[in-house]
Design a protein around this ligand. Structure first.
Ligand code: GLN
Length: 208
């Protein structure tokens, strides 16, 4: 399919193409991720069908309800093409429910969905009082400025494999931001704040 440049581009054909980042748009907080992607200079593409994944430079799996998303992923035949996109080297970023979809292992014997990230997660495991909370997080790899994390019925990462880099931990030492190669995930929702460092990190993971 031919790539058309916006008519108003001041630089004509010499303008470099904006990265096209898909957002799994079956359910969940799609619009907030789309805004965040525009702010970092990417073109957000809503993904509902396998054909929407063609030619993407990366993919975001948003927060929402992972059981609903799991059902719709299978209904629309998205599981294999998403795995293929990742295996082809495109970076993926899962937030909250998206982290659950990426995990290799789910506690309580639930069947994992995409198995692209060597972590074990326990859904809704922060407990009743902490159902939703906010915290300033140290993420040294993103700079000195703390990142404000919004947690909404977040999963707990109870185990990480040897190839997984822990980017940040909660006050009890449990991982809340992880990365394995080009697959990253956070238990919290950076799209709900104005901090765009994690969306920028996703773009940095795109292969040249
Ligand atoms: N509790 C949800 C789940 O288990 C995740 C919540 C979220 O994405 N904010 O799927």
């Amino acid at each position: 399919m031919a790539q058309t440049l916006p008519a108003s581009t001041p630089y004509g054909a010499t303008e470099t193409r904006r990265p096209r980042i898909g957002i799994l748009a079956l359910q969940g907080d799609v619009r907030e991720h789309a805004n965040a992607l525009r702010e970092v200079g990417a073109e957000p593409i809503e993904v509902r069908l396998p054909r929407d994944l063609i030619g993407l430079d990366g993919l975001i799996l948003p927060g929402g309800e992972s059981t609903t998303m799991r059902r719709l992923i299978d209904l629309y035949g998205l599981r294999e093409p998403i795995v293929a996109l990742a295996k082809g080297g495109a970076p993926l970023y899962g937030t909250c429910a998206g982290m659950i979809l990426l995990a290799n292992r789910l506690a309580d014997g639930e069947e994992p969905v995409l198995r692209l990230l060597d972590i074990t997660v326990e859904r809704n495991a922060y407990g009743r009082q902490l159902d939703s909370f906010e915290a300033d997080l140290d993420i040294p790899s993103l700079g000195d400025e703390p990142l404000h994390g919004v947690f909404i019925r977040a999963p707990v990462v109870s185990d990480v494999g040897p190839d997984v880099e822990v980017l940040a931990r909660d006050p009890d030492g449990r991982p809340i931001a992880v990365r394995q190669g080009r697959v990253m995930a956070t238990a919290f929702h950076p799209e709900l704040t104005g901090d765009r460092r994690l969306h920028r990190l996703l773009l940095e993971l795109i292969q040249p």
